[in-house]
Write a protein that binds this ligand. Structure first.
Ligand code: ADP
Ligand code: MG
Length: 574
């Protein structure tokens, strides 16, 4: 369906046409007609599906000459980038419509300038929740006159802690308003807001994600704990994408990884929410003009930017939400081009999470072995071969070759030396990958172990099975993977495979045992001996946990001690 089939004013159609839009996207087709009628809408749709126009066009169309000087539409966005971007696009829609004033308000920019703009009679205000609240408090934005309120990327706003602000704003706006909510995911918190603040909303759901996903080849690599950075360096070297996005879950990881990549000669740049606006613009520009080939970003930062069609997407961390996975990989393979997405996983928990993503997206993510150095050398040889074959003739070189030949170094030898030098230069910085593949656990009893320390002990009436249950639950590992459990008065040590300890510490902070918040860290002390009488005589590490846990006590005794309701049941049976 085309835009000109909609009942839109000539002014708007002209602006839309100028933007090069002819056919509507799915979300636009489904929501624009409803929104034009003033009905509430709750829309679920992914990034890049054209939501800004979906709500922006009806917003612009709703402004009448009577609205001069009044705030009529309020659009809330999670970040200032998104607010700026939406404002820019909506301004374009309003280009030919007289008397429509669009204003963006967001933190980190002069409030005076924004006050000035609002006072000059902005009709459509686009802002981040915090700054919008600020303007309402200062009475520079009067919610009484608002007729439409739009929440863009509602889930992201909640993730960023804007719930209270959003609810305050929603309760300040007159009740007979139109309320529109767009979100990529629909967690219960969003449903609650919908129920509380929307009036018989029409649901619009777009399943465009599947289509994108099918075009993208997806692979995963299993990597040993703590070796993801090395693995990524290897993959970047092997595939040499001319543009790639790497996703991490935290700002700290973005910084650390970017630094690591740059240190090893990759042209990488990081992007996250803590960066100043200027820095972010710089990073985006460098990526767009290809000075940086690799953009390392968090999900939130990546949402605010208009990047698509990258050669490859790497998930350094698994996304925290399945829907994010689709967003991430959607950055590659746009517009019918096939793209590739690579995911790095460490540990069983992540493998489970990956399987869950596979189910969610109804697509296969295939395992691929990490290439090793010799694979990469072979790949580089291939590309060097192609490169040289395509080089222009270089007459200057003959002179040098002739002189070398006079020195006894023939053409063949000279060329080989140069090619080898180039090959070495391209592969010298590769990390050593002997043990980057995950250690297979349980094959041999001889796997190295360390101990982790858990900040809870006998004084909290803790039993080994509590500890083990909590560990299995938090890590997704099998009970067999944990060794000896030693319970002291105020702490407990657990023997774990060395290759897994970082992962275990990662996935157990935070963790609760029997209602108590505990901290898990690497145990640095010597193995203690003065403890509750369940010490192994030889004090050797052992994976025979059950024997350890129950030795010296009968099972019923253990349970009756520590699990009150189990005790009752036991009693009844007797
Ligand atoms: P979303 O908010 O869903 O992530 P955007 O509104 O930012 O998506 O739109 C993504 C891109 O698609 C923008 O560059 C926008 O200009 C473009 N776009 C939106 N609608 C259309 C359309 N009907 N035809 C062509 N391009 C469109
Ligand atoms: Mg958007």
């Amino acid at each position: 369906m085309n835009f000109n089939e909609l009942d839109l004013s000539q002014e708007l159609l002209r602006a839309v046409d100028e933007l090069g839009f002819t056919e509507m996207t799915e979300i636009q087709q489904q929501s624009i007609p409803i929104l034009l009628k003033g009905t509430d809408v709750v829309g679920r749709s992914n990034t890049g599906t054209g939501k800004t126009a979906a709500f922006g066009i009806p917003a612009v169309e709703s402004i009448t000459p009577n609205d001069k000087g009044k705030a009529v539409v309020l659009i809330l966005c999670p970040t200032r980038e998104l607010a700026m971007q939406a404002a820019e696009e909506i301004r374009k829609f309003s280009k030919y419509k007289e008397g429509v004033k669009v204003s963006a308000v967001y933190g980190g920019a002069s409030i005076e300038k924004q006050i000035h703009e609002l006072k000059r009679g902005a009709n459509i205000i686009i802002g981040t929740p915090g700054r919008v609240m600020d303007h309402i408090r200062r009475h520079t934005l009067r919610p009484e006159t608002l007729r439409t309120i739009i929440l863009d990327e509602a889930d992201e706003m909640l993730n960023m802690g804007f719930r209270e602000d959003i609810e305050t704003i929603l309760s300040d706006v007159p009740e007979n308003r139109q309320t529109v909510l767009f979100s990529a995911t629909m967690p219960p918190e969003i449903m609650a807001i919908t129920e509380k603040y929307q009036h018989e909303p029409v649901q619009v759901k777009i399943k465009s994600s599947q289509r994108t996903v099918e075009l993208i080849e997806q692979f995963y690599f299993e990597v040993a704990m703590g070796r993801k950075t090395d693995a990524l360096r290897l993959l970047l070297a092997a595939y040499a994408p001319s543009s790639a996005m790497v996703f991490c879950n935290t700002k700290a990881m973005v910084d650390q990884l970017t630094e690591e990549l740059v240190k090893h000669g990759f042209r990488a740049a990081g992007l996250h929410g803590d960066m100043k606006q200027m820095q972010r613009t710089q990073v985006m520009n460098s990526f767009k003009n290809k000075t940086a080939e690799i953009l390392v970003a968090t999900d939130v930062a990546a949402r605010g930017i208009d990047v698509s069609g990258v050669d490859a997407v790497f998930n350094y961390d698994l996304p925290q939400d399945n829907e994010y996975y689709i967003h991430r990989i959607g950055r590659t393979g746009r517009a019918g081009r096939t793209g590739t997405a690579y995911t790095l996983i460490s540990g069983r928990r992540q493998l489970f999470d990956l399987r869950a993503i596979e189910k969610y997206i109804h697509a296969e993510i295939r395992e691929m072995p990490l290439p090793d150095k010799s694979d990469i050398v072979a790949m580089k040889k291939e590309s060097l071969l192609k490169e040289v074959a395509e080089l222009e003739a270089g007459h200057n070189g003959y002179d040098i070759l002739d002189r070398l030949a006079a020195m006894g170094i023939d053409y063949r030898e000279a060329s080989a030396r140069l090619l080898t030098r180039q090959l070495n230069a391209e592969t010298a910085a590769l990390p050593d990958f002997e043990n980057a593949r995950p250690l297979r656990k349980g094959k041999k009893g001889g796997a190295k172990t360390v101990r982790v320390d858990i900040s809870i002990g006998r004084s909290k009436r803790i039993a080994p099975n509590f500890i083990l249950g909590a560990l299995v639950d938090a890590t997704g590992m099998s009970g067999k993977d944990f060794g000896k459990i030693d319970i002291y008065d105020d702490h407990t040590t657990v023997e774990v495979p060395e290759a897994e300890y970082e992962y275990i510490i990662d996935s157990t902070n935070p963790m609760k045992i029997n209602g108590h918040q505990v901290e898990v860290k690497l145990f640095k002390g010597k193995p203690q001996t003065g403890f509750s009488g369940r010490k192994r005589p030889d004090n050797k590490p052992s994976f025979d946990r059950k024997k350890r846990a129950y030795s010296g006590r009968k099972k019923s005794e253990l349970f009756s001690d520590y699990i009150p309701d189990r005790k009752k049941r036991t009693k009844k049976r007797h």
